[in-house]
Design a protein around this ligand. Structure first.
Ligand code: HBI
Length: 365
């Protein structure tokens, strides 16, 4: 008698529904590091045999990843609102539309992965039949959202994931968070460069909390050309920087896809990271390391937990232009191969995939 073997169901294969950030379509750059988090996680877990589906605002595109496109109005960014802000939902909110879709299809999946830093997904958690792993992508921003996250951290232990210890400490419930990192890089996507040119780089959403003006001021002091890449999220802020530093040696290269980004980044002497806020992680730091580019960063938030001071870059007194300039002068002391090695090991996509996969297995039980 012939026994049909169920060879398609690999043991422990998970079906994962990823819900995107509601502040912009994936690929627009408005979602910042969350775009890389979703793209790298989907690719890594698919390579391990898991099934991934993504729900995201209409107009989303992330390589060849399948995306369920949801219409509706984008959510206001949380970091531009006051701590005491009320929760605001626009009419026809894409956030609510995404979660209404998730509710109807949830039983086709083992687990839901939330990347929205918003009140609604946390409030809805008890109404779902499937475990929800919440990726909290920023430090504390709005008290009402903190409360919603705290409720879930207490009622659903182990379901709140944060990038770094410093980020966790911005929340009263920090000890109840799982530290899962922000992303991991696939080294094969980044081309190592051993011999840099006399240029610096700055990557990220161009928005006040990223303090690009400090990097521009430091570049002007060193005379090194500063390549700026990333989405201009706050146009008025960008124009103010250009007015304040008319003679700075800067060039804006736009918001580039990863291949073009690393082509421009890899030949730089160093990456400057000047966060005014507690950067939760700093994906751009591990992208730089993957190219062999050391990082000069304020000793604040995620970058301070990613960069080994004196080995893969330098950590500087926060908000000190002089500190940036002194560290830039010391960049030739760094062995660029050490930067690449850190990206191939600690910060690799596969190391991060292990952390995320075991987090999901724990929640699926
Ligand atoms: N704001 N309301 C809201 N929701 C998000 O998901 C969100 C945000 N601001 C920034 C952001 N996500 C990401 O760009 C960063 O967390 C990386």
């Amino acid at each position: 008698m012939f026994v049909a073997l169920n060879i398609s169901a690999t043991p422990n294969r998970l079906k994962i529904l990823i819900l995107s950030t509601p502040v912009g379509a994936l690929g627009s750059g408005l979602g910042g590091g969350v775009e890389l988090t979703i793209a790298n996680l989907a690719r890594e877990l698919q390579s391990r045999g898991h099934i991934i589906e993504i729900v995201a605002p209409a107009g989303s595109q992330l390589g060849d990843l399948a995306i369920i496109q949801i219409p509706g109005s984008l959510q206001l960014t949380a970091q531009t609102q006051e701590l005491s802000a009320s929760i605001v939902m626009p009419s026809d909110p894409v956030l609510a539309n995404m979660w209404a879709t998730a509710r109807t299809i949830q039983h086709d999946y083992d687990i839901i992965f939330n990347t929205a830093f918003d009140w609604l997904p946390f409030y809805l958690t008890p109404f779902f039949d499937r475990p929800i792993a919440h990726f909290v992508s920023m430090g504390s921003q709005i008290a009402a959202i903190d409360l919603a996250i705290e409720r879930v951290a207490i009622d659903y232990p182990g379901t709140i994931g944060v990038c770094t210890r410093t980020q966790a400490e911005t929340f009263k419930f920090g000890d109840a968070c799982c530290i899962v990192g922000g992303s991991g890089v696939d080294p094969s996507v980044y081309e190592y460069c051993a011999a840099p040119e006399a240029a610096l780089a700055w990557l990220g959403r161009i928005s006040p909390e990223k303090a690009l003006e400090d990097a521009v001021a430091a570049a002007q002091r060193t005379g090194l050309n500063l390549k700026i890449m990333g989405k201009i999220q706050d146009v008025a802020y960008w124009e103010q920087i250009n007015r304040d530093y008319p003679d700075a040696p800067i060039e804006y290269l736009g918001f580039l896809p990863t291949y073009e980004l690393q082509q421009a980044l890899r030949t730089c002497r160093g990456l400057l990271m000047t966060p005014r806020w507690v950067e939760a992680f700093g994906n751009v730091a591990i992208e730089a390391l993957a190219c062999g580019v050391p990082v000069v960063a304020y000793r604040r938030g995620g970058p301070a937990e990613i960069i080994a001071d004196g080995k893969t870059g330098f950590l500087v007194e926060p908000d000190s232009i002089e500190g940036l300039v002194a560290a830039i002068d010391r960049l030739p002391e760094i062995d660029r191969a050490d930067c690449r090695h850190a990206a191939e090991t600690i910060f690799s996509q596969s190391a991060w995939g292990n952390v995320m996969e075991s987090w999901f297995y724990r929640l699926v039980g």
